[in-house]
Ligand binder design. Structure first.
Ligand SMILES: Nc1ncnc2c1ncn2[C@@H]1O[C@H](COP(=O)(O)OP(=O)(O)OP(=O)(O)O)[C@@H](O)[C@H]1O
Ligand SMILES: O=c1[nH]c(=O)c2[nH+]cn([C@@H]3O[C@H](COP(=O)(O)O)[C@@H](O)[C@H]3O)c2[nH]1
Ligand SMILES: NC(=O)CC[C@H](N)C(=O)O
Ligand SMILES: [Mg+2]
Length: 515
């Protein structure tokens, strides 16, 4: 950690906290998000060159509003408060924050009053479009602070301390709708905090490989659950670079993979130099799924059977001390929840139960990265486009795309339909432009007419979404011609289907998968 300049982001529950981290990392400066409840000692141990306080839904004058120790401002580390973060800085240092008569949501015009430090390089004679989202505002600045920008509804749209490196902005520089967002954050990170842009994926690979090599002793074996997805593939390759064939990637056929997937994954992995341990456990999975219709129950059965298969295989391999996993940063960030833990919508399957049961130690080389950064590593490692841009595929596979019971017949129908979707998406170039595109088997029957006969068959739904991180998503406006081709081919080529529909729901309120 100490080898690189880093920015620490304290999270007060803003929807855009992750974006702050991404923006800073785009400057090749490492950044990490911690909950705002972090202690001063933890901050010292992290050793940041700068601290950013995120926005958040609370109001600083509320009893229960999240706070930080005021000593943070005396550590000699530059601090930038964004929205709630700025209001909290003002509040803690003796200013006054109140509910504003006029609220600002969406675009606002900003006039910069000082073009030193934070607004360096900008023009004070023009207005800039910035994005605001607040109902409170600063009425009185804390002692020794000055206003450095104003908007129509916020005379203190940005502030700074006269001598110390303490800054606040009422607008959100992390969102793309703020036209000077990049400049403001870059001025903070480079001019004010003095960071060097040394955090690159190349250096990341080097350091990570070295660390794994030092960690794993020369007799130990490492297993890795490999799905062929980008996360587990990159994980396996990094570990492989470090310890060679003492890594044993295990690929499990769980009976709910896509058409030709086992063959394709195996040949792809061979091409990457990985010797994959292949286990066909499809019968075991399918037997256990018999008669099961509840989505969460399907997930649990698959998750648990995965662990069982893994455990058996690892014992066969012998001398396994480590488990490598493709855990990503969004999986590990603990967002502060002063409103209690968030509801479980879906239990995402993983091999999480395994380490305790087998007393395995974990290697999670990607736990600091976002998905797009993992893709950059994949590019850096020279992986082919079809691996880098492979769409995510859930661990429980087609089981959660067959609504209701998973049977051989329904699997056949969905596999065929899904293969057509993928083929046409690839052919038209749309596959790489979207987050995910796939078919769902809706197990209701509808009436149709084919060749003068009455048919009474299944419905296939096509789901195609764009997204940054799967947290929110919107359906893709695919061209009508492509939709027509999909529908036509599926109905003609897949026996048992006489109707195709297109899912036009966003997330929220829907989710990406149907179960
Ligand atoms: N068929 C499989 N065989 C072995 N491990 C699997 C299999 N399917 C899933 N896993 C494990 O479960 C993890 C979670 O699956 P998930 O689909 O979320 O990630 P991924 O496949 O690595 O990447 P992506 O999200 O791009 O598909 C995988 O990283 C992998 O370790
Ligand atoms: O490994 C997984 N196990 C699961 O049980 C699971 N359920 C959903 N997904 C994937 O997660 C993303 C968000 O999906 P939802 O909007 O349906 O929750 C999407 O990318 C989904 O494909 C899963 N991945
Ligand atoms: N986006 C924010 O950080 C909002 C801060 C505070 N809740 C307000 O309404 O002003
Ligand atoms: Mg996957």
């Amino acid at each position: 950690m100490k080898t690189k300049d880093a920015i620490l982001i304290l999270d007060f529950g803003s929807q855009t906290t992750q974006l702050i981290a991404r923006r800073v990392r785009e400057f090749n400066v490492y950044s990490e998000i911690r909950p705002c409840t972090v202690s001063l000692d933890e901050i010292r141990a992290f050793g940041p060159k700068g601290i950013i306080l995120s926005g958040g839904p609370a109001s600083v004058y509320d009893e229960e509003a999240p706070r930080i120790p005021v000593e943070i401002f005396d550590m000699g580390i530059p601090v930038l408060g964004i929205c709630y973060g700025m209001q909290l800085m003002a509040h803690l240092l003796g200013g006054l924050v109140e509910r504003s008569f006029k609220r600002e949501y969406g675009p606002a015009e900003l006039r910069v009053l000082s073009t030193e430090d934070l607004f360096y390089g900008l023009d004070s004679n023009r207005k800039y479009r910035v994005w605001m989202s607040h109902g409170d505002r600063i009425e009185v600045l804390p002692p020794d602070f000055i206003s450095i920008a104003e908007s129509e509804n916020s005379p203190y749209a940005a502030m700074r301390h006269k001598e110390r490196p303490l800054f606040g902005v009422q607008f959100h520089p992390e969102v793309v709708h703020t036209e000077i967002g990049r400049e403001v954050l870059s001025n903070f990170v480079f001019r004010i905090c003095g960071c060097e842009p040394t955090w690159t994926m190349e250096s990341f690979i080097e350091t990570t490989v070295r660390e794994i090599r030092e960690m794993v002793s020369s007799e130990d074996r490492v297993v890795c659950a490999l799905s062929g997805g980008i996360d587990s593939t990159v994980t396996a390759l990094l570990v492989h670079r470090a310890i060679g064939d003492r890594l044993v990637p295990i690929f499990v056929n769980n009976g709910v993979l896509r058409k030709n997937e086992p063959e394709e994954v195996l040949s792809l992995m061979e091409g990457l130099g990985l010797k994959v341990h292949y286990v066909d456990a499809s019968q075991r999975f399918l037997e256990r799924l018999q008669g099961v219709t509840d989505p969460e129950k399907k997930r649990r059965i698959i998750g648990y059977t995965f662990i069982e298969v893994f455990e058996e295989e690892a014992r066969k391999i012998g001398n396994v001390k480590w488990l490598a996993q493709g855990t990503l940063y969004p999986d590990v960030i603990e967002s502060v929840s002063f409103r209690g833990p968030s509801a479980t919508i879906k239990t995402h399957h993983n091999v999480g139960g395994l380490p305790e049961r087998m007393q395995l130690k974990l290697i999670e080389p990607l736990r600091e990265l976002f998905k797009d950064e993992v893709r950059e590593i994949a590019r850096e490692l020279g992986l082919p486009k079809k691996v880098i841009w492979r769409q995510p595929f859930p661990g429980p596979g087609l089981a959660i795309r067959i609504l209701g019971e998973v049977t051989e017949e329904r699997l056949r129908i969905l596999r065929e339909a899904d293969a057509i979707v993928t083929e046409e998406m690839l052919k038209s170039g749309w596959y790489y432009k979207v987050w995910q595109s796939f078919a769902v088997l809706v197990p209701v029957k509808t009436v149709g007419v084919m060749g003068d006969y009455r048919t009474y068959e299944h419905v296939i739904a096509i789901r195609c979404v764009e997204s940054q991180d799967a947290m929110t998503a919107d359906w893709v406006r695919l061209p009508y011609e492509l939709l027509a081709r999909l529908s036509n081919r599926i109905i003609n080529e897949v026996q048992g289907v006489n109707r195709v529909v297109y899912d036009i729901s966003s997330k929220p309120p829907a989710t990406i998968e149907w179960e």
